[in-house]
Design a protein around this ligand. Structure first.
Ligand code: ATP
Ligand code: MG
Length: 407
């Protein structure tokens, strides 16, 4: 039996690569304009980084990590990149520089999840992380960048949802309120929710299990809990964020039940959703994580960022068509053909020639498939020092000199 790509992984084929290149190009352009610097961290890291950084009550750490041992060391393929960027930030003493420190990244992530539309085991994320700014201007900057980036790809009809999870103090009371509301039907919830109940009840709101979701509805959970009551500082921060978003004309909806799957978020959380994605509708998720740098052994550092799912994003943008090359050199003299091709490329044109020097008819057939123009170098052309230029769209042909061609 032939070997196939592992379940949940996908080849990105040449026919699709233009889209990926466009997405990367736009990311570079948009993030560069905002003076974010690209960072490339390893694809595998010490397993403890994710246990500590992502949190051991999360699905990611409990069920989804690709972990392996090498020389008694436990390593994990990165399931997300915030923890890796924070590790690099600390390892290279970026916290000693004057804030803000602003990074962006693009790369593959690995999660052992059930593959389905919009969910793979190897997928890609583009993200930004911003360190050192406590003010909600940083949160607004991240949301603004995400929106601008999506707009640059022609996506204007996305929904930005925001919420504030407050700080530990704000959350304490809410957790109790939530637990009280959930307790009567806790037995019916999935095993994950049962364990979240004590460890991190907020995350129950993010459960994807259908049975759980049905129970939430039947028991009117959302009506029974009021949402987090923010302390004055967190409330002010959230109000400021909304002021900035309004000033930027960025439309958003407030979703008091928006929590995110990772443990490290504080204050702002946001998601950008599309109605054209079916049930895996989130393209982008992000928020503030003021505690993470400290959790990973650094000084107390405010931080905010987001990650976008590139496959989901890609499924929303139209396929970018591959373009034809400029010239196909047709000749029975391979030396002349290879020389002219090289010259054309040096001049900045896209050019190819026939590696096997087949019959002219065959070469022209190939040329009209891949190129806009054929340049024919036959015996007469060589003897009389000219080239024949054939427009492959109109079939018009004319004699030109190399100099004319170059012009
Ligand atoms: P979801 O709720 O859809 O599982 P998440 O909360 O796990 O998302 P994050 O970890 O914040 O998402 O990742 C940010 C984005 O990465 C998501 O909004 C989504 O677009 C994308 N993403 C996450 N997991 C996958 C996956 N398994 N396959 C493809 N894209 C993914
Ligand atoms: Mg997930």
């Amino acid at each position: 039996m032939s070997i196939k790509a592992p379940k949940g992984t996908k080849d990105i084929l040449p026919s699709e690569i233009k889209n990926w290149q466009l997405i990367e190009l736009k990311a570079k352009e948009i993030f560069d304009k905002a003076n974010f610097k690209e960072i490339r961290t390893p694809i595998f890291e010490d397993t403890n980084l994710f246990k500590r950084g992502v949190g051991d009550t999360t699905d990611i750490v409990n069920k989804e990590m690709y972990t392996f041992e090498k020389s008694d060391r436990s390593l994990t393929l990165r399931p997300e990149n915030t923890a890796g960027v924070v590790r690099a930030y600390l390892e290279h003493n970026f916290y000693r520089e004057s804030p803000p420190l602003k990074f962006w990244y693009f790369g593959p992530m690995f999660r052992y999840e059930r593959p389905q539309a919009g969910r793979q085991r190897q997928f890609h994320q583009i993200g930004v992380e911003m360190f050192g700014i406590q003010d909600a201007t940083a949160d607004a900057e991240c949301i603004m960048l995400a929106v601008e980036f999506l707009k640059s790809l022609g996506l204007n009809d996305l929904v930005v949802e925001i919420n504030s999870l407050g700080c530990n103090t704000c959350r304490k009371e809410y957790k109790e309120e939530l637990k009280k509301a959930i307790a009567p039907f806790l037995d019916g919830l999935c095993e994950d929710c049962k364990s979240r109940f004590e460890k991190n009840p907020l995350r129950i709101l993010d459960c994807k299990n259908e049975t759980c979701n049905k129970l939430f509805e039947e028991n009117n959970l959302k009506a029974k809990v009021s949402g987090i009551k923010l302390c004055p500082e967190c409330a002010q921060h959230y109000a400021n964020l909304k002021t900035y978003l309004d000033a930027l004309n960025i439309k958003y909806t407030e979703n008091t039940f928006l929590v995110r799957g990772l443990d490290y978020y504080t204050k702002t959380v946001f998601e950008i959703k599309s109605n054209n994605l079916g049930s895996q509708n989130a393209v982008c998720g992000g928020g503030r994580y003021d505690g993470l740098v400290e959790t990973l052994g650094g000084p107390k550092t405010p931080a905010v960022g987001f990650a976008m799912g590139v496959e989901r994003l890609n499924s929303l943008i139209p396929q970018v068509e591959d373009t034809k090359i400029d010239y196909f050199v047709v000749s029975d003299n391979q030396t002349e053909a290879i020389k002219l091709t090289s010259k054309l490329r040096e001049l900045g044109f896209k050019a190819e020639f026939d590696y096997n020097s087949r019959k002219f008819a065959k070469q022209l057939e190939k040329a009209s498939k891949v190129a806009n123009y054929a340049i024919i170098i036959g015996e007469d052309e060589i003897n009389n020092n000219y080239l024949t230029l054939k427009d492959l769209n109109t079939s018009e042909q004319k004699k030109v000199s190399l100099e004319e061609l170059i012009k």
